[in-house]
Design a protein around this ligand. Structure first.
Ligand code: BGC
Length: 514
């Protein structure tokens, strides 16, 4: 058990660098990669609640929405409508698997560039869509873009950052995601008030802006020292390390990167190797963390906040406004993670955020259950609706400083170089698969499980909080190529890591850990 609480793992070096403008600027630009994902997450929910959009592409949903005596829980239930939202995530799943090869062989930046490019083409298809086919092709292209960006950007940020600030820098990705969501909801708020088809076209078409930002950003970004070494450019990597860290004394870190690269050369097939017992902790974590992140139920809020608020009896404008408020709260609260993740560590944030989400979800379930019951008819008063919005904000805040940023940070920092690209691809693929499932099933689940849906997600939040408590060792301040030592010192995972992977005898570690 003790390993779970170790924050300073025995044998782990601490390079302790200062912050340089170069690392700050490259990570700032690199984080743009999160914008395309965020913009899309934020735009879909609003667009699918716009009447002209529904009338044009989903007339049966529009009719259903208008019928006065519908069961509130089932107002928006339509497989085709959810397919519009969720098709993107299946495409992202597929492309993240290809992206891992490009990221490894050509470097992180080219995956980022490709991500921006395909997203750009997808935004054009969507903005000019004349029929459902164009709409879906556009969504699939956007999905390819998201897969490439999400596979490469978190790894890029984790490798560029100095180890003692890796959490903060990596969280820049989540900040960009939420920023994208907020900008999208604000755009939706205004375009929803436009007459005819122009509103949703602007909302979908403007996705080209973040796409161009990441595309041009990627062109000017340098590649990471880790990737340069991996591809045989050791001298360039050392130079890069010096300029990133702002000192000539980078020998220790450089040597760690070289060692890691040597070790990784033994591994010819990352996809086969990740199945070996010695990578078991990374494999389980890169599957469990994204799975749990999606099972927090966050995307019920992200995609369907406007729909959910309308279900609660808010008008269409008030619903978009409330979605905007929850987005802004999420953005602000993500900064809590940025400023604390390297000080308090990942575990504290995971555990505190989990408990906060659990309590608020149960409270939301009870409130909606009491007001709408199982029949789903009834009216919710203004005060009650406001209390529910406040509870949703508390839930979102908890996610914003825990599972949101950490769901991207932890998988990107726990794997040794030889399996890092494959592990990150698995992380994205699992994340996208469950994003797809939640997006696809939420409206049907709401229709059938009613308020019980919130209890459903609460059960998972309970399980994941226990899981983190028992199974995730603390990784703050640990240099990325030294992570094996953390696993080796853990009460459960230690047995999977061979002694030679850490260069310290197990007995020595055990002794120091006690
Ligand atoms: C998650 C998304 C979510 C977003 C905003 C990300 O970390 O992966 O699924 O929509 O945060 O809440």
């Amino acid at each position: 058990m003790a390993g779970g609480f170790v924050s300073q793992t025995p044998g782990v070096r601490n390079y302790n660098y200062k912050l340089t403008p170069k690392v700050f600027i490259t990570c700032f630009i690199g984080a743009f990669g999160g914008l395309i994902f965020g913009y899309d997450l934020g735009i879909s929910g609003g667009v699918t609640s716009m009447e002209p959009f529904l009338k044009e592409f989903f007339p049966h949903v529009y009719k259903k929405m208008k019928s006065a005596h519908e069961n509130e829980y089932c107002r928006f239930d339509s497989e085709l409508l959810t397919l519009f939202t969720s098709s993107l995530y299946l495409a992202a799943l597929v492309s993240s698997l290809f992206a891992s090869t490009i990221t490894r062989i050509f470097g992180r930046k080219w995956s980022m560039f490709l991500g921006g490019f395909t997203f750009f083409v997808g935004s054009a298809f969507n903005g000019f869509a004349q029929n459902i086919a164009m709409l879906l092709i556009g969504r699939i292209l956007l999905g390819f873009g998201v897969g490439f960006a999400n596979q490469s950007v978190p790894v890029y940020l984790s490798e560029m950052a100095p180890p003692n600030l890796r959490g903060a820098f990596n969280n820049g990705f989540q900040v960009a995601i939420i920023f994208g969501i907020v900008v999208a909801t604000i755009i939706n708020y205004f375009t929803a008030q436009m007459k005819g088809n122009i509103g949703w076209r602007i909302s979908l078409g403007l996705a080209c802006v973040p796409a161009m930002m990441i595309m041009f950003g990627a062109l000017i970004l340098p590649d990471t020292p880790n990737s340069l070494i991996e591809r045989g450019f050791a001298e360039e990597a050392k130079e890069m390390l010096r300029s990133l860290r702002g000192t000539d004394e980078v020998e220790e870190e450089f040597q760690d990167l070289i060692d890691a690269s040597e070790e990784s050369k033994q591994v010819k097939h990352p996809w086969k190797n990740i199945l070996l017992p010695r990578y078991r902790p990374q494999l389980i974590m890169t599957c469990a963390i994204p799975f749990f992140q999606q099972l927090t139920g966050i995307n019920v809020i992200t995609f369907y906040a406007p729909v959910l608020f309308q279900t609660l009896g808010f008008g269409s404008k008030a619903s978009l406004l409330s979605a905007m408020v929850t987005g802004i709260i999420e953005l602000l609260c993500t900064f809590v993670a940025v400023f604390t993740v390297d000080r308090f560590g990942r575990r504290v944030l995971f555990l505190q955020g989990g408990i906060q989400m659990l309590i608020s979800q149960i409270a939301i379930g009870i409130m909606i259950g009491v007001k709408f019951g199982t029949v789903g008819t009834g009216n919710i008063g203004k005060t009650d609706a406001n209390v529910i919005v406040a509870l949703i904000c508390i839930y979102v805040a908890g996610f914003a400083w825990s599972w949101g940023p950490l769901g991207w940070l932890v998988p990107s920092e726990i794997s040794p170089l030889e399996i890092r690209s494959a592990a990150q691809a698995i992380n994205v693929a699992v994340n996208m698969f469950f994003t797809f499932l939640v997006a696809q099933l939420f409206l049907t689940m709401l229709c059938h499980m009613k308020f019980g849906l919130f209890f459903f997600f609460a059960v998972f939040v309970f399980i994941m909080t226990i899981f983190i408590y028992l199974m995730l060792p603390e990784t703050k301040n640990v240099p990325i190529e030294e992570m094996n030592r953390v696993w080796k010192a853990h009460w459960f995972w230690g047995r999977f890591i061979p002694d030679e992977a850490v260069g310290v005898s197990a007995a020595e570690l055990q002794q120091k850990a006690v």
